[in-house]
Design a protein around this ligand. Structure first.
Ligand code: GLN
Length: 419
C-alpha cells in the first residue's frame, strides 16, 4: 500500500507547480544555470522515517542551509560563551550579504548572514588542510552517509567571490576574523558547495528536531542546549530580512540557501526540506516558501499554535481496600507537566484524602518533568506532615522516595507493585 503521506507530499508539489516567479541565483554562474523546474519535498520524523516526493534524489548545493550546522559545530568546539563573544544573535533586518555588524561590539549581527557564517566557519576550520574535511565529515554524519563537495559550484563561486572576500577583509581588519580572509572564504564557499538532496536535508533537519541526535544512526551530533540555541537563532534570523514574515506565516525555525533549498524544523516532531531554484527578492526560494507555508498549515506545524492543553494528570480518585487498610487511590496518567499536575494538586488541596493511607498509582504515567516532580514531592511532604502514609504504584519508579517538609526521609513510604 502506498503511504497517504507520500500522496500528500505529491499534492504539495502539484498545488505549487504554477509558481514560476523569481529567478535562479544570478551572482554564481553555476547556480544561475540550474534547471529551474526542479522541485522536491521531503519530511523526516524524529524516528528517522523519511518521506520524499518529486526530484528527491537530485543533488544541489547546500549553500546557506549549512550555516546552522557550522554554527552548532563552532559552539560544540568552543562553548557558547566564546562563540557569543564573536558572533551576535540579533536579526539584522538586512540582506544576507550585507556587512551587518553590531555598532558597539563590532561582531557580525548573527551567524545566519554571510559575515557571521564566515566567522563561524573559521572557528571550526582554520583552513589548515584537514579542515575542509571537517565540515564535510560533520554534514555526512548528519545526513547519515558520505557527502561530497560539488567542485563545479565551489569553483564557480570562488571565481566570483568579491563580495564575500570584501566582507572577510573588513572583518579581519576589525579583528572579528582571525583566519586569513582568502583562506576563510575558500573554506566557507566549500562548506556551501556540499551537494545534498532533500532527503539528506530532511535528515539533517530532523537531527535538530530530535535534540541533536541523528534519528537514523542514533549518534548524538550536537548537545541538547546547542541544538535549542541554534534553533532559536534560525527562528529569528534564518530567513534574513523576511524573518518576521516567515515567523508569522510559516512559524517554524528554518534556513534557506541560494541554490533554492529551504529546511524547516519542528522541534520534537519533524525536519522538512524543499527545493525549487527560483529565488524571491530576499534570496529565498519563491515556490519553496509557498510549499513550506502549506506544509505548516496542513500539518499544524506553526510553533505558536496553541497546542492541545495537556490532559489532566488525575484520571480518577477511588477508595480501595489495601494490605495497609482503606486507602484513597489517586490514579495518574500521561505526562506530568505543570499544567497537567495542577488538577491533582487542586484536588488534594480542596478535598484532602479522607483516609490515612494514600496511594498514587503512577502506572499510566509517561514522562515526569522536573517541575512536576518537585510539586509532587512537596505535595506529598505536606500530606506526610499531616499524618498520611503514602504508597506509590510505580512500575518504572519515576518518582523519588519522599521526604517530609524538613527534608527527612520518610519511612511511612511504601512501594507497591501494580497488581
Ligand atoms: N554561498 C552563498 C554566499 O555566500 C550562500 C548564500 C546563501 O545561500 N544565502 O553568497
Amino acid at each position: 500500500m502506498r503511504s497517504p503521506i507520500l500522496d500528500y507530499l505529491d499534492s504539495i508539489l502539484t498545488a505549487t507547480s504554477g509558481i514560476s516567479s523569481g529567478e535562479t541565483a544570478q551572482y554564481i554562474p553555476e547556480l544561475a544555470a540550474a534547471d529551474p523546474s526542479r522541485a522536491a519535498v521531503a519530511l523526516c520524523t524524529v524516528n528517522g522515517t523519511v518521506y520524499a516526493s518529486g526530484d528527491a534524489d537530485h543533488g544541489f548545493s547546500i549553500q546557506s542551509m549549512s550555516k546552522p550546522f557550522a554554527y552548532a559545530a563552532a559552539i560544540e568546539a568552543h562553548g557558547l560563551e566564546a562563540v557569543l563573544e564573536r558572533i551576535g544573535v540579533e536579526p539584522s533586518g538586512e540582506a544576507f550579504n550585507e556587512l551587518s555588524l553590531d555598532p558597539v561590539t563590532g561582531r557580525p549581527r548573527n551567524p545566519m548572514i554571510n559575515a557571521g557564517a564566515i566567522v563561524a566557519h573559521a572557528l571550526v576550520d582554520d583552513g589548515g588542510g584537514e579542515g575542509a574535511g571537517r565540515m564535510l565529515d560533520l554534514f555526512s554524519r548528519l545526513a547519515g552517509h558520505p557527502l561530497e563537495v560539488d567542485e563545479a559550484v565551489a569553483a564557480s563561486e570562488l571565481a566570483t567571490a568579491d563580495r564575500n572576500l570584501g566582507l572577510a577583509y573588513l572583518l579581519h581588519a576589525a579583528q572579528a576574523l582571525e583566519v586569513e580572509p582568502r583562506r576563510a572564504v575558500t573554506g566557507y564557499i566549500r562548506q556551501c558547495a556540499v551537494a545534498v538532496t532533500v532527503r539528506d536535508l530532511a535528515l539533517m533537519a530532523a537531527t535538530l528536531a530530535n535534540g541533536g541526535v541523528q534519528p537514523e544512526t542514533g549518534e548524538r551530533v550536537f548537545g541538547r542546549g546547542t541544538t535549542r540555541h541554534v534553533l532559536s537563532v534560525m527562528t529569528s534570523c534564518g530567513m534574513y530580512d523576511a524573518a518576521g514574515d516567515w515567523l508569522t506565516s510559516v512559524g517554524i525555525p528554518a534556513k534557506s540557501g541560494v541554490a533554492g533549498g529551504i529546511i524547516g524544523v519542528l522541534p520534537g516532531q519533524v525536519g522538512v526540506a524543499v527545493l525549487s531554484p527560483r529565488l524571491d527578492a530576499h534570496g529565498n526560494s519563491a515556490r519553496g516558501v509557498e510549499m513550506m507555508r502549506r506544509l505548516s498549515e496542513d500539518l499544524g506545524l506553526h510553533l505558536m499554535e496553541a497546542s492541545r492543553p495537556a490532559r489532566s494528570s488525575l484520571r480518577e480518585v477511588r477508595t480501595e481496600q489495601t494490605r495497609a487498610g482503606t486507602a484513597t487511590v489517586y490514579v495518574l496518567q500521561g505526562d506530568l507537566v505543570l499544567s497537567s499536575i495542577e488538577s491533582l494538586v487542586r484536588a488534594l488541596v480542596e478535598s484532602p484524602p479522607p483516609t490515612a493511607q494514600v496511594v498514587f498509582d503512577m502506572s499510566r504515567v509517561d514522562e515526569v518533568l522536573p517541575v512536576a516532580r518537585r510539586t509532587a514531592a512537596e505535595t506529598a511532604a505536606r500530606l506526610i506532615d499531616e499524618g498520611h502514609r503514602i504508597a506509590i504504584i510505580d512500575p518504572e519508579s519515576t518518582v523519588p522516595r519522599f521526604q517530609d517538609s524538613r527534608g527527612r526521609p520518610v519511612d511511612r513510604w511504601e512501594g507497591l507493585t501494580a497488581s
